[in-house]
Write a new protein. Structure first.
Length: 631
C-alpha cells in the first residue's frame, strides 16, 4: 500500500480512538463504528461486524456496510474463520484462505481482497470485523494493520468505559456521531468547521459556538454557528480570537466566570480576554476548550451561554470530550489542504530532519554525515579538469592520384594500406592505342617531309611553307603522344601510405580522365581531429595540451596540442559537436600510426574542484531548463 495511504489513515486513528468512546455495542452504534472504520480505507466494497459471540446461536452480522445490503458470503466465511482461529486472515476472492494475512494467489495486479480481524480483550474474543476491498497484494499488510488498530481502539474503549463521561448522557450520542460523520464527509476544513459549530449549537444549550484554527502561529476564527459569513476584523471576531488564544496559550480549558465551575482544574486560569468578551457580548458564561493533536494545540472551541442557560460540570466535561474528538479531525483536514510546497517541506525534508535530530535512526545520521563529508571533500580537493572527446587521425597532407586521360587499367601494383616511396609505380594504364597512334603520327610525319623536300627541289615556296607547318603540327601531336605514354605509369608523388584505391579487382575496366584512382598521405605527419561536445567547447582554447589514446594502441599515450578550433558545428546522433584539430608533439612514436585510427582524446583545461567537475553538466542543464521555463 502506498505510504500516503498508511500515513493519512494513521492520523485519523486518533479520531477513531476518541469516537469509539461514543459507541455502545448495540446494533445502531455498531453500525456507526463500522461505517467510520470503512471510511478510513479506500476502495472498500463492503464490510461487516459481528459482536454476537454466543456459540449456541447462528452467527449473524451485528452491522453491515453499506447499510441494508445482503450479507456477503465471502465476508461471513472470512469472519467465521478468523473467529475459529483467533487470528487475522486475508484472501483473494478467487483463492482460499490462509493464516497470517498471506495470499496464495499469483496475480500481481489489484483484486478483491477479503480481510478479517478478530476483536480480542484480555485474550478473549468479543467480536470480529471483515472488509472486502479492491487492492493489490502489496497492500495486504497495511489493510490488516488498519483493522488491528481499530481493534486496539475498541479494546481501549472497553477498558475505560467505566470512566467515560459521555456514556452518562447516551441521548447525545447519535447527534455527536452524526456530527462526526458530517465532518468526515466534508470536503475541506471550512465546511467541516461550519458543520461542527451548527451541530454543537443544537447539541448544547449555547447562545453561540465558534471554532478557530491556528494559521501562521495565530489563531483565526474558522466558523460561527448560525452565521454564513462574518467580518474577520470586527470586534466580535477579535474578542473571540483573543479568548481562544488565552486558552491555547495556557493549554487548558477556561470557564468564565470561575465561580460557576466546581472543577478544580479550572480555578487557576487567567481570564482577562474572556472577561472582555463577556462584557462586550453580554454573555453570562463562556467555555473555551483547546483543540489538540498529539499534545499540540491546533485551535480552540468557544461556547457562549446566556443567563437563561445553566452551566453544569457535565457540560464542561462534554465540551472537553468533543474537543478531544475534533482535534485530530481538523489536523487531518489541514494537512490535506496544504500546498504542494508545504507538503514537500514538511513531509519530505521535515521528516528526514526529524530523523537526523532524533535519538534513533543511526543509519540516517551516518548516511547524512557521510554525504556532508563527501561534499566537503570533493568541493575542497582539486584536480585537472580535462575535456574528453572522440578522436581520429587524419594525414597532415592528402594527395590524390587521378587518371591523366581516358583509357583502361592494364596493371595494379599496390593496394590501400601499403606504404610506397616517391616515384614507385602504383598502376599502369593500357598504352596499345597510344602506341598505334604514335606509329601513325611517325608515318604521317615522314610523308610530309617528303613533300617538303620535293617542294624545296622545285623551288615552290608555297608548298614548302605548308609542308613545314604540317610537320610542326605532327611533331606536337607526337610530343603529346609521348607524354601520354609516359603518364600511363601512375607514380607515387611522395613517400607515404595509400589510403584508398584497390585496382587489383578492376583490371581492364575503363576509367575517365580526372577520375580519382588513389589517395595518399605522407608518413609521420598526422593531425588529430577531436569531436568536442557543445557543453565543453567553451573551455577549449588554442594551445592547450592534451593526450591521445588509440583503440589500435591502447597502451600508448600520444601528447598533442590544439592548433585550430572550427566554429561550425556538426550534428551527431545525440547532440552537436565541434571539430577541434590538434597536432601530435612526440613525433618519435608516430611510426606505428595510420590515418583513420580512432580513439579518445583528453585536453587539459586547468584545475577545478571534483564537485564542480562531476556536477557541471547537471547544473548547466538545470539552469538552461529553468531559464527556458521562466517567462
Amino acid at each position: 500500500m502506498p505510504q500516503v495511504f498508511a500515513d493519512t489513515r494513521l492520523d485519523q486513528s486518533i479520531f477513531i480512538s476518541r469516537a469509539i468512546q461514543l459507541l455502545l455495542m448495540e446494533k445502531t452504534l455498531a453500525q456507526s463504528w463500522l461505517s467510520l472504520q470503512c471510511q478510513m480505507i479506500p476502495h472498500v466494497i463492503g464490510g461487516l461486524a459481528i459482536f454476537n459471540m454466543n456459540p449456541d446461536d447462528m452467527i449473524q452480522p451485528t452491522a453491515c456496510w453499506p447499510e441494508e445490503t445482503p450479507v456477503n458470503p465471502d465476508l461471513l466465511a472470512a469472519a467465521s474463520l478468523a473467529m475459529s482461529r483467533h487470528a487475522p486472515v486475508i484472501s483473494a476472492k478467487e483463492h482460499g484462505f490462509n493464516d497470517e494475512g498471506k495470499d496464495e494467489g499469483k496475480d500481481e495486479g489489484k483484486e478483491n481482497l477479503v480481510v478479517a480481524c478478530p476483536l480480542l480483550k484480555n485474550g478473549k474474543l468479543y467480536g470480529v470485523v471483515a472488509v472486502q476491498v479492491k487492492a493489490s497484494k502489496g497492500q495486504q499488510a497495511s489493510l490488516l494493520h488498519l483493522l488491528q488498530w481499530g481493534a486496539a481502539w475498541l479494546d481501549l474503549f472497553l477498558a475505560r468505559e467505566d470512566q467515560s463521561s459521555l456514556q452518562s448522557s447516551p441521548q447525545s450520542s447519535p447527534l455527536v456521531i452524526s456530527t462526526l460523520t458530517g465532518v468526515l464527509k466534508s470536503d475541506n476544513a471550512d465546511a467541516a468547521a461550519t458543520t461542527v459549530v451548527n451541530s454543537l449549537n443544537q447539541l448544547l444549550p449555547c447562545e453561540r459556538v465558534s471554532i478557530g484554527l491556528i494559521k501562521d502561529r495565530k489563531i483565526r476564527v474558522q466558523a460561527l454557528s448560525q452565521s454564513a459569513s462574518y467580518e474577520p476584523r470586527s470586534n466580535l471576531i477579535r474578542n473571540i480570537e483573543a479568548a481562544m488564544s488565552e486558552a491555547v496559550e495556557q493549554g487548558a480549558t477556561i470557564v468564565y466566570p470561575i465561580g460557576q465551575s466546581d472543577a478544580p482544574d479550572h480555578t487557576q486560569n487567567q481570564t482577562h480576554a474572556h472577561t472582555s468578551l463577556s462584557i462586550a457580548e453580554d454573555q453570562e458564561s463562556i467555555i473555551t476548550v483547546p483543540l489538540t493533536h498529539n499534545g499540540v494545540s491546533i485551535g480552540a472551541l468557544c461556547f457562549e451561554k446566556s443567563a437563561e442557560q445553566a452551566l453544569e460540570h457535565s457540560t464542561i466535561s462534554l465540551c472537553e470530550d468533543i474537543a478531544q474528538l475534533l482535534g485530530p479531525v481538523f489536523q487531518l483536514k489541514q494537512q490535506q489542504e496544504r500546498p504542494l510546497f508545504t507538503i514537500i517541506k514538511e513531509d519530505i525534508f521535515g521528516a528526514q530532519a526529524a530523523r537526523l535530530v532524533s535519538l534513533h535512526g543511526l543509519k540516517w545520521k551516518l548516511a547524512f554525515a557521510s554525504l556532508l563529508l563527501f561534499i566537503g571533500l570533493t568541493s575542497l580537493l582539486k584536480g585537472d579538469f580535462r575535456i574528453t572527446a572522440p578522436a581520429h587521425l587524419e594525414g597532415m597532407v592528402q594527395r590524390v592520384v587521378v587518371a591523366p586521360f581516358k583509357g583502361y587499367i592494364a596493371d595494379a601494383h599496390v593496394r590501400a594500406g601499403e606504404t610506397v616511396k616517391a616515384g614507385d609505380v602504383l598502376a599502369v594504364l593500357d598504352d596499345r592505342d597510344l602506341t598505334l597512334e604514335r606509329q601513325q603520327l611517325i608515318s604521317e610525319r615522314e610523308e610530309i617531309l617528303k613533300q617538303y623536300n620535293r617542294a624545296l627541289a622545285e623551288s615552290d615556296r608555297t608548298k614548302s611553307s605548308i609542308s613545314r607547318f604540317q610537320v610542326a603540327k605532327v611533331d606536337a601531336k607526337l610530343a603529346l603522344n609521348n607524354e601520354q605514354l609516359r603518364r600511363t605509369k601512375l607514380q607515387a608523388p611522395f613517400d607515404g601510405v595509400v589510403i584508398t584505391g584497390d585496382l587489383s579487382q578492376s583490371l581492364g575496366t575503363p576509367i575517365e580522365r580526372g577520375q580519382i584512382v588513389f589517395e595518399m598521405a605522407p608518413l609521420n605527419e598526422y593531425r588529430v581531429v577531436l569531436q568536442v561536445d557543445e557543453w565543453d567547447i567553451v573551455d577549449a582554447v588554442v594551445g592547450q595540451p592534451g593526450y591521445l589514446a588509440l583503440a589500435a594502441i591502447p597502451g600508448k599515450r600520444f601528447s598533442l596540442v590544439i592548433e585550430k578550433i572550427v566554429s561550425v558545428f556538426q550534428s551527431d546522433e545525440e547532440n552537436a559537436v565541434f571539430r577541434v584539430e590538434a597536432r601530435i608533439t612526440n613525433s618519435e612514436l608516430t611510426t606505428s600510426l595510420r590515418p583513420g585510427m580512432q580513439g579518445v582524446g583528453k585536453v587539459v583545461v586547468g584545475e577545478r574542484s571534483y564537485l564542480w567537475m562531476w556536477t557541471r553538466k547537471m547544473v548547466g542543464w538545470f539552469q538552461l531548463r529553468l531559464w527556458a521555463w521562466l517567462p
